[in-house]
Structures are given as structure tokens and as C-alpha cells.
Design a protein around this ligand. Structure first.
Ligand code: C2E
Ligand code: CA
Ligand code: CA
Length: 545
């Protein structure tokens, strides 16, 4: 035994001395336990294997042979893997001394465990145990070919959370995940957000999307409570040339499309990608437009006359905003949600108010008694929930020298539901300031009578959906009639919008609807046409002298 070996033995550490062919010449008891070899044997004669910290097997023998032949020294981090599947983590320092190779092993288990744990934390969501997106993509990238990618969203997660609390909402989430693993063997899931997750279904896995969707939506029961999960599922079958990351985006896009529908199951369609791109372009253009003075001259306001049903007099108009982009009209139905999303909806209201001011100045010049007219502005939910809404509105109305008495604010029914008490307080405040409040699109939201009785409003607008086919659809007649009689009982006037024909007008008249708005009388008109229209009608009708 060499002097070095004697010294190392005395230190009671794990070391092995081999010749240049890796035949063991000396070793400590520690090393004997670790490497399961004895003097005279080849270092790699035993039945142990070696792995890296991701449990991938490594060829330690070749590594050492290489280091011996090049006389290279250094450290190797390895897991020694035993037949019973135990792994010991060590750092092996390799030294060369007078034709011998000295291996010195130091325990590394704590370091490796911490490292693995950290890696796991960065890969796995601690609440659900699901892989995060990056780790999910890396896994399917390395292990699979083209599969089916799904995005699952629990649409009523927020509701469950509000009613039953976070713990129950999480249980629902985990229950739905469990259904996924029960249904699809080998499914790999990843966290998307609080209420949604993604699934990768490996190729050739038996899978029927319709029945899977109904399993996810089957009601379930905890602690005597019954839940209807309301799950949306978007999916995409990967094709040659797709990247998993793109496929994941596509499944997520598919789900966006179904969120508004009742059947919430959708396969990704290339159309959708184009639509989303169009949407993104619109958003960019919209941002650019609102950043300019007076909205860059690409917006204008049209006024749709509202008539009194019996006398047919014009009693006012609804202000409707228009946007022309590269010579084409963009519908407010498309850009209002963008404005709401990026928080610029108030800018549009202020624009409406300025245009209304200009209109009123012109009406006055023509001798029209504009004080007798009522102008409607559409107010979005997002806007009314802004705590400074009333102040901002008053500033705009005052600086446009308008009188709140000539302004009606239209709010959709859906705007009221979620924040009933708060919104109702705001409405009361607005009414005290002299504004009228109208419930727009009535009948499309959830019209709970108890809410309606407590709500501060002045008028109901029956949604166009009920008016359009009211003449020949008995069911629509029932809805129309109940809304009309509800309003009569509450002593509130009704506006029917979307009246296009004489039959519709007569129907509304029979049901005591006081006001009519629709193409039967007039489409929305630009300011000059509206002025001409009012001047003409008031001359005919004798209104305003
Ligand atoms: P809304 O408040 O329900 O407005 C009525 C919509 O019905 C208008 O569409 C109007 O042009 C259309 N309309 C009226 N009469 C008829 C008819 O007889 N037949 C048919 N087919 N349509 C009729 P528009 O102008 O496209 O506006 C759509 C929606 O966009 C509005 O629905 C409103 O919710 C929103 N909107 C429009 N302008 C503004 C605005 O300045 N601010 C806000 N926040 N929303 C606006
Ligand atoms: Ca409206
Ligand atoms: Ca409406």
C-alpha cells in the first residue's frame, strides 16, 4: 500500500486507489460499502449503475478511462444506483499519482435533494401538483410525438369560490383533474390558471371527445352539496409540422371561442386564429386612435331618433358611436369590448358628450327646442364601476354645457347583477343629479324581480331580439308581453328597440309600449341628417312650434 493510501485510510474517508486499468489496489471501508468492490477486482465488476441528477444513466467507466488516458483530474457528480433502486449521491474527485488513479468520494445527498426539490418547485404548481407550462412542454417535447392538446376551463369556478369558498373550489378543480386521469390513461396535465388546465393526450390513446366532455360536466357531490361543474373544453389535434407550444395556444384559442356559448366544446379552427389576429390588430389600431387628439378623427357619433308611439313625435335620440378604420366601418360590438378591456371606454363617453354638445348647438341654431329632447348615452359596466365615474361624467357634462335633465344613461341589465348594491347607489346618485336611467337590452340578462323592485331606474328598453320576431313567434310574444306588463305595473315607460315594420310598431302600441326606436322610423343618422330629420318632423308634427 502506498503512503497516500495509508494516509487516506487513517482519515476514514471513502477512497479507492486503482491502477490505470481500473483494477482496485486499495480502498477504504466507506468506499467498499459505496462501490461494492474489493481489492484485486475491476472497479466496475459489480452490479451497480451510475446516474446523473435526473436519473439518466451515465457511463462512468468510459468517463474515468478517458480521464486516465488524458491524465485529467477533476470532480464528477454521480448517483450510485443499487439493484434495490436506492441511489447514493456522491462527488468523486479524480487524482492521478505515480501511474495510479485515486478516487475520493464525498456524500452529496443533501445538495442533490435540495437541487431536485428546487427544480421540482419551479416545475410543479404546489397547490395542484400540476406541471407548469414550460415543464409540460419540455416533457411532451422529449417524450411524445403528435397528440391531442386540450384546454379545460371550469367556467363556474369563480362562482363556486364566492359561494362555497376557496377550499371547495379547489376540491372541484382536483375532482375534475381526477376525472381526467380516470378517463385518459397517460394524460399529462399542466396548470394554466386558477380555473383552467391543459391536457396532452399521447398519440394512439383511445379517446372520445364527446363522452370525455360529458364526464367532465357530470354533477358531483361533496359533503351533501351538489355541484354542476360548468366545464369548457377546447382542443386541437396536432398535425405534422406543429410545435407543441403552438398547439397549446390553439387549444386555448378554441376555448375562448366557446366561452360565450352554451355548448362549451370546440375544436380549434384556423378561422379562429385569423379572427384573433384581426382582434389583436383592431386593439393596436384602437390604442393608436385613442392616443390622438379627438380620437384621431376616425370616430364619429350617429343619433338614432326615438319616437313617442302614439303621437309619433321625436322625443330624443340614442347616441351611437362609429369608427372608420382604413375606410371601413368597425362595429361598436367589436370595439366596445376592446375599449373596456384596455380601460379607455370613458374616452368614448366623453367623445359622445362633446359631439352631443355640437349637435345641440346646431339644433338650437335651427330653432329646435333641444331642452325638450332626451339624449341617450350608453354606459358600460366597466365605466360605472370606476369610483370616479360620476365625477368624470359631471365634469364632461358641465364643460359641454349640457343639462343632466336632457341625458338618459343606458345600462345593460347584465351590468347590474354582479355589483348590484354598489351600482344601485351610483344610479340613485345619478338620478338625484337629474339624469334618467334606462335598463338596456332588457330580457337578455337575468331579470330577477326582487332585484328589479329594488333598482333605481326610470325606463326599460326591450331588447331587439324580442322585437324582431314578435309578430310571428308566440314564445317571444309571451316574453314581450310580460316585460311590457311588468313595466306598466312598476309604472315605468318602455322603449321597444329594433322596430323595423308597421306590424311590429302596431304590436308594441297594443302592448302600451310608450316609445319606439328602430329602422321603421329611422336608422341612426349623422348629425346633419339628424338635424334635418328633427326639423322636418317637428314641422309636420307641430312639436316645438
Ligand atoms: P344598443 O345600445 O342595444 O344599441 C342599439 C343597436 O341596435 C344599435 O347598434 C342600433 O344601430 C341598432 N338598431 C337600432 N334599431 C335597429 C333596427 O331597427 N334594426 C336593426 N337591425 N338594428 C337596429 P350599433 O350602433 O351597432 O350598436 C351596438 C351596440 O354597441 C349598442 O347596442 C351598444 O351596446 C354599443 N354602443 C354603441 N355606441 C356606444 C357608445 O358610444 N358607448 C358604449 N358604451 N356602447 C356603445
Ligand atoms: Ca343602448
Ligand atoms: Ca339595446
Amino acid at each position: 500500500m502506498s503512503r497516500l493510501s495509508e494516509q487516506l485510510l487513517a482519515l476514514n474517508i471513502a477512497f479507492i486507489v486503482t491502477d490505470k486499468n481500473l483494477l482496485v489496489e486499495a480502498l477504504s471501508t466507506e468506499a467498499e460499502k459505496l462501490f461494492r468492490v474489493e481489492v484485486g477486482k475491476h472497479l466496475f465488476c459489480g452490479d451497480i449503475g451510475f446516474v446523473d441528477d435526473q436519473y439518466h444513466s451515465i457511463d462512468l467507466r468510459s468517463l474515468l478511462e478517458g480521464m486516465i488516458s488524458s491524465q485529467k483530474e477533476g470532480d464528477l457528480e454521480v448517483g450510485i444506483s443499487y439493484p434495490d433502486k436506492n441511489v447514493e449521491w456522491v462527488k468523486i474527485s479524480v487524482l492521478h499519482q505515480q501511474g495510479q488513479c485515486v478516487l475520493h468520494a464525498v456524500d452529496q445527498s443533501e445538495l442533490i435533494t435540495t437541487r431536485r426539490l428546487n427544480r421540482q418547485l419551479s416545475m410543479l404548481d404546489p397547490h395542484t401538483g400540476l406541471l407548469y407550462r414550460e415543464a409540460f412542454l419540455a416533457k411532451i417535447e422529449s417524450d411524445y410525438g403528435l397528440g391531442l392538446v386540450c384546454c379545460v376551463r371550469i367556467c363556474n369556478y369563480q362562482r363556486i369560490n364566492e359561494i362555497w369558498g376557496t377550499a371547495v373550489a379547489n376540491l372541484v378543480f382536483m375532482e375534475i383533474l381526477a376525472r381526467v386521469s380516470n378517463e385518459i390513461e397517460g394524460a399529462i396535465c399542466s396548470k394554466h390558471s386558477t380555473d383552467s388546465f391543459n391536457i396532452f393526450i399521447p398519440p394512439e390513446t383511445p379517446f372520445d371527445v364527446e363522452s370525455f366532455y360529458s364526464v367532465l360536466n357530470a354533477p358531483f357531490h361533496f359533503n351533501g352539496r351538489h355541484f354542476f361543474s360548468n366545464v369548457a373544453l377546447g382542443y386541437y389535434q396536432e398535425k405534422e409540422g406543429d410545435s407543441h407550444a403552438q398547439s397549446l395556444n390553439k387549444a386555448e384559442m378554441a376555448i375562448l371561442d366557446v366561452l360565450s356559448e352554451r355548448v362549451r366544446l370546440a375544436e380549434f379552427q384556423e378561422d379562429l386564429a385569423r379572427q384573433i389576429e384581426h382582434q389583436n390588430n383592431l386593439e393596436t389600431e384602437f390604442r393608436a386612435a385613442v392616443a390622438q387628439d379627438d380620437l384621431g378623427d376616425s370616430f364619429y357619433v350617429v343619433f338614432q331618433p326615438v319616437h313617442e308611439t302614439n303621437s309619433q313625435n321625436v322625443i330624443g335620440a340614442e347616441c351611437l358611436i362609429r369608427w372608420t378604420l382604413n375606410g371601413k366601418m368597425v362595429s361598436p360590438v367589436e370595439f366596445i369590448p376592446i375599449a373596456e378591456k384596455i380601460g379607455d371606454i370613458g374616452v368614448l363617453t366623453q367623445f359622445n358628450i362633446r359631439k352631443l354638445q355640437e349637435l345641440i348647438i346646431e339644433l338650437k341654431k335651427k330653432g329646435v327646442d333641444s331642452d325638450a329632447l332626451l339624449f341617450a348615452l350608453n354606459i358600460s359596466v366597466v365605466e360605472i364601476l370606476d369610483v370616479d365615474f360620476v365625477d368624470k361624467l359631471l365634469v364632461a357634462i358641465n364643460s359641454a354645457q349640457l343639462n343632466p335633465r336632457n341625458i338618459k344613461l343606458e345600462l345593460t341589465e347584465s351590468a347590474l347583477i354582479d355589483n348590484f348594491n354598489y351600482v344601485n347607489q351610483v344610479l340613485e346618485q345619478l338620478q338625484m343629479l337629474g339624469f334618467k336611467v334606462s335598463i338596456d337590452d332588457f330580457g337578455t340578462g337575468f331579470s330577477s324581480l326582487s332585484y328589479l323592485c329594488r333598482l333605481s331606474f326610470d325606463e326599460i328598453k326591450i331588447d331587439r331580439a324580442f322585437v324582431t320576431h314578435v309578430v310571428d313567434d308566440i314564445k317571444l310574444q309571451t316574453v314581450f308581453n310580460s316585460i311590457a306588463s311588468l313595466a306598466t305595473n312598476m309604472d315605468k315607460p318602455v322603449v321597444a328597440e329594433g322596430v323595423e315594420t308597421l306590424e311590429q310598431l302596431n304590436y308594441a302600441k297594443k302592448k302600451n309600449v310608450q316609445y319606439i326606436q328602430g329602422y321603421y322610423f329611422s336608422k341612426p343618422l349623422d348629425s346633419d341628417d339628424f338635424i334635418a330629420y328633427v326639423v322636418d318632423k317637428t314641422a309636420d308634427g307641430g312639436n316645438n312650434g
